[in-house]
Design a protein around this ligand. Structure first.
Ligand code: SF4
Ligand code: SF4
Length: 209
């Protein structure tokens, strides 16, 4: 795993912070190996081996905390505090914090923009059942989209039989409501629902496409 060559401006190679495993005490449980996300350990002959010491995150001692037999040790924490003071790292840390906050803000703004796009309904499929009458529902539907940035596409009409249609047997119609400008169609969908209600028809299903 590639890790930074510097720790807040200090060359990582100059910082002796990494674990040491007491091979006699280690029981080979692999917990350190599986816990460390930085590829510091390998397992050899059923024992943990520190293969990449400089991958260890300065100040971390998680593997020592979880080792069931206390086979892992670290330098005293004073070593880290001393480095912080001697190298006056806090100017660099503040700058890094500013950059991190800017990245987080940018990420938040991007997520918000993506959520907004995901919440848009630019196309929806509707299935409607009922008596179409002398096609008055379809005519009204056509009037509803006329000169507006919406369209009705993939229209499918199912009538039971020609005679049945003449005798006003219930029919089934499905179509997709779409925005010709890729805008949200939700407000327009409520107009279509009103039209369905006014025609005494039943909205069987409505799904975002
Ligand atoms: S202290 Fe943290 S980073 Fe270092 S080896 Fe252990 S688990 Fe990995
Ligand atoms: S957690 Fe401890 S006992 Fe388990 S493999 Fe690592 S050093 Fe050995």
């Amino acid at each position: 795993m590639a890790t930074s060559e510097f720790w807040h401006g200090i060359p990582r190679a100059d910082i002796p912070w990494y674990p040491t495993v007491d091979r006699e005490t280690c029981i080979g449980c692999t917990l350190c190996y599986t816990t460390c996300g930085r590829g510091v350990y390998t397992m050899q002959d059923n024992r943990a081996v520190v293969a990449n010491p400089l991958n260890c995150m300065v100040g971390c001692s998680t593997c020592a905390t979880v080792c069931p037999v206390q086979a892992i040790s670290f330098p005293d924490r004073d070593l880290v505090w001393k480095l912080e003071r001697e190298h006056k790292i806090f100017k660099i840390v503040r700058q890094e914090a500013k950059e991190k906050m800017a990245r987080q803000e940018a990420m938040k703004a991007r997520n918000a923009a993506e959520d907004k796009v995901a919440s848009l309904t630019t196309r929806a499929r509707m299935e409607v059942a009922g008596e179409l009458g002398e096609k008055r529902f379809l005519v009204q539907l056509e009037e509803l989209v006329k000169d507006r940035p919406y369209d009705i596409v993939r229209l499918r009409l199912e009538v039971p039989t020609v005679k049945g249609a003449m005798e006003h047997a219930p029919s089934f119609v499905s179509f997709e409501v779409t925005s010709t400008e890729q805008d949200d169609v939700q407000a327009f969908l409520s107009e279509v629902r009103d039209l369905i209600r006014r025609n005494d028809m039943v909205l069987v299903s409505e799904n975002k496409v």
